[in-house]
Design a protein around this ligand. Structure first.
Ligand SMILES: *Cc1c(COP(=O)(O)O)cnc(C)c1O
Length: 542
């Protein structure tokens, strides 16, 4: 599909100034408008057919075969294809081998179907091509971004009207920022904390300027740590590395039987750190609102209280669970999130935005002052240039998409999606418990659950066996579950992911579990039953 005709002497297509400039000219006459519309139609309906036809990840063509087709590394001198041919190639040769994440049978990951209007909004953002790093390339888009940030901030922190009137368009304060993804949102939050804790003071110009070594010396400390449950997303470890704290200093606390951070262990660790001879600064405690593997929510109110009592910064990673706040019925599951100093939320997860859109929100509208950067030609002090306080440089006006979506859906629209996910996950858990071949491992708190194949007779042995026998059985079950997950994926009809969890009993075994994320509104209990049926069938043939 990408074999290039580099030997051709008489090129069919040529690159010259005239054709080049034509591609930059806006469609003025009816003919060129018609051409552009035709291409858009080709994209929307061509892909539509693909999305209807293909489900799951087939092994019809293996990854190895595919990679053999994409080995040519020479850029041809002359144009190879016209736009219409490129689009046709993408639709006919590429899309069928991509993953149909929009299928209701695709329930393995946090990437799923998006409302169709997102394609329109994304197209609009691309056509405008604003760069919100500075006001000179974005104007109203930067102003709108501040408004959208305030809207979501209000969902989290529920400050009063006066507060939002004061900050919504304040050029000197920030209620949060848009960034590429959840990983960068977490990094931004921890960057802000690091710089606030290791701030400039007498004879020290701050960690951002002088670096970690000088900062530790100035503050008389030997290390900084960040405390989080062991179900934390690995982006926090990356942040530890990037920020120079060292990722071994991202301390993982054990979880309780509900997979929430164990408060007793947490208190013990805080106490130990305070008594440790190695003078250690606790930069932050991170609570998770929707753990990536289990969907569980840490006791945020308790964490908030512990942080307040010990004067520790409190960050909540709500990359997944944040939009639960839109549901009147279930927002109580995130109780205590308003105590957080900062909150990460991913737009491309449960706001159903296209890839990719991370966000981070701050309780204190001035705290981002610790990461201010100015440049002479842009981002002058006091301007609304959003790049002044952002890890990102140039970036798209994603806020236009989120704002459009919020207007189209209303909070009620989003809450219907959230409620469907949580309630379908609940029904699915009941179904799993009804079936003797399965064992529910983590009960869904939000819309993620894990389970494994564990036939009744084996379950009995697991209950009664010696420690040695139990360990043997878990090993065998790991092999079975791993095989079933792989075979189901390769069959291409449905997709459930798998992960490894440490089981909370005397075996302390790492068990392989099947993981379902239910966010597609088209996924219903009947589809989930079919998925279980298929797993039972695959198991019975093993
Ligand atoms: C997905 C996720 C992240 C990372 O987000 P990306 O957008 O993939 O970088 C961080 N934390 C949690 C809890 C997540 O679920």
């Amino acid at each position: 599909m990408n074999k290039k005709d580099t030997t051709c002497k008489e090129p069919r297509l040529v690159a010259n100034w005239q054709t080049l400039t034509r591609t930059f000219i806006k469609p003025e006459d009816d003919a060129s408008r018609a051409v552009l519309l035709k291409y858009m139609e080709q994209i929307l309906f061509g892909l539509h057919d693909f999305l209807k036809k293909h489900v799951g990840i087939t092994e019809e063509v293996s990854l190895k075969d595919l990679s053999n087709r994409f080995t040519d590394t020479i850029i041809s001198k002359n144009p190879e294809k016209k736009l219409s041919d490129v689009i046709t190639e993408l639709i006919e040769d590429i899309a069928p081998h991509a993953v149909n994440v929009a299928s209701p049978y695709f329930v393995g990951h946090m990437t799923s179907a998006i409302p169709f209007f997102m394609v329109h909004l994304k197209t609009l953002v691309t056509a405008l091509n604003q760069n919100v790093v500075k006001i000179e390339t974005s104007k109203v888009a930067s102003i709108l971004e501040k408004q959208v940030l305030a809207k979501i901030h209000r969902q989290i922190y529920k400050k009063d009207e006066t507060f939002y009137n004061k900050h919504v368009q304040n050029a000197r304060t920030t209620l949060g920022c848009f960034i590429k993804d959840g990983t960068m949102a977490n990094l931004t939050a921890l960057w802000v904390v690091r710089n606030s804790v290791l701030a400039p003071k007498e004879n020290f110009e701050g960690v951002e300027k002088e670096g970690i070594r000088a900062a530790y010396k100035a503050y008389g400390i030997e290390r900084c740590v960040i405390i989080v449950s062991r179900l934390a997303h690995y982006s926090l470890c990356k942040a530890g590395g990037v920020l120079g704290i060292g990722n071994q200093n991202i301390i993982a606390v054990d979880v309780d039987s509900n997979n929430r951070i164990d408060i007793k262990s947490l208190n013990k660790i805080i106490k130990e750190i305070k008594e440790n001879k190695v003078k250690t600064e606790i930069l932050a405690i991170v609570g998770i609102a929707g753990a990536t593997e289990t969907g569980t929510v840490d006791p945020l109110a308790k964490l908030g209280a512990i942080c307040a009592e010990n004067r520790i910064y409190f960050h909540v990673d709500a990359a997944w669970g944040g939009p639960t706040l839109m549901s009147e019925k279930y927002k109580h599951l995130l109780k205590g999130i308003e105590l957080a100093d900062s909150v990460t939320i991913d737009g491309h997860k449960q706001f159903y935005m296209p890839m990719s859109c991370g966000m981070v929100y701050f309780k204190d509208p001035s705290i981002m002052d610790s990461v201010i950067y100015h440049a002479n030609y842009v981002n002058r002090p006091g301007s609304v240039d959003l790049g002044i306080k952002s890890l990102a440089g140039s970036r798209e006006a994603n806020s236009l998409i989120l704002d459009g979506a919020l207007k189209i859906m209303g909070s009620r629209g989003y809450s219907l999606l959230i409620e469907h996910g949580i309630e379908t996950a609940g029904k699915f858990a009941e179904e799993i418990e009804k079936r003797p071949n399965f064992q529910l491992i983590t009960n869904p708190e939000l819309n993620i659950l894990t389970y494994r194949i564990c036939p009744f007779h084996i379950k009995q042995k697991l209950d009664r066996g010696t420690l040695e026998q139990k360990k043997m059985i878990n090993k065998k079950l790991n092999k079975i579950n791993s095989a079933v997950q792989r075979l189901q994926r390769e069959a291409g009809k449905s997709f459930v992911s798998r992960t490894t969890l440490k089981i909370k009993n005397e075996t302390e075994d790492n068990i392989i579990v099947l993981r379902c994320v239910i966010m597609n509104p088209m996924t219903n209990i009947n589809i989930l039953k079919e998925i279980l049926d298929e797993q039972e069938e695959i198991y019975s043939k093993l």
